[in-house]
Design a protein around this ligand. Sequence first.
Ligand code: 5GP
Length: 178
Amino acid sequence: MTDVKVHDKIFTTFISAEKIQSRVAELGIAIDKDYSGKNPLLIGVLNGSVIFMADLLRNIKTPCEIGFIRVSSYEGTSSSGKVKSIMGLENDIQGREVIIVEDIIDTGDTALYLIEEIKKKNPASIRFATILLKPEALRHKIQCDYVGFEIPPAFVVGYGLDYDGFGRNLADIYQLKS
Ligand code: 5GP
């Protein structure tokens, strides 16, 4: 176990870079199998998905394209609280085989919103890839097609995930030390 300080908190090794790499290779094989003869469009959700996207992409042999979007959430005036909006979503996804690439699904709020918004652009299909999923925190029934690891609902950093902007560059995934 290795500890690392990110900003003002101590985190400890949780999933090694080797484990991540071999799991991402398996996800690439699964995507190749599912999209044989097709030309999927991988849409990464910034900033957290950048590392996973780069690794996943290099493990896919099927010809594919990529794009990136950003989801911003802010407190709305409505009673529903958080309001989200998507930046960078182009209109040229009509008829495309879309794979949304995320860093982590926690409550599933973001995933649900993304799927609903992207559906409005009439893609041929939508699937969801995430390196991490917290099943116990999920509040919605989300179809997660390509999941790296299912983890308990504790805060993690590394492999693209940040704590207060830091820690994205760590090759391993770390869990907050209690
Ligand atoms: P959800 O909408 O599923 O509740 O949350 C998704 C977003 O919350 C992720 O894209 C990520 O930015 C953030 N998030 C959720 N859990 C964690 C975590 O354990 N660590 C980090 N760094 N971000 C998290």
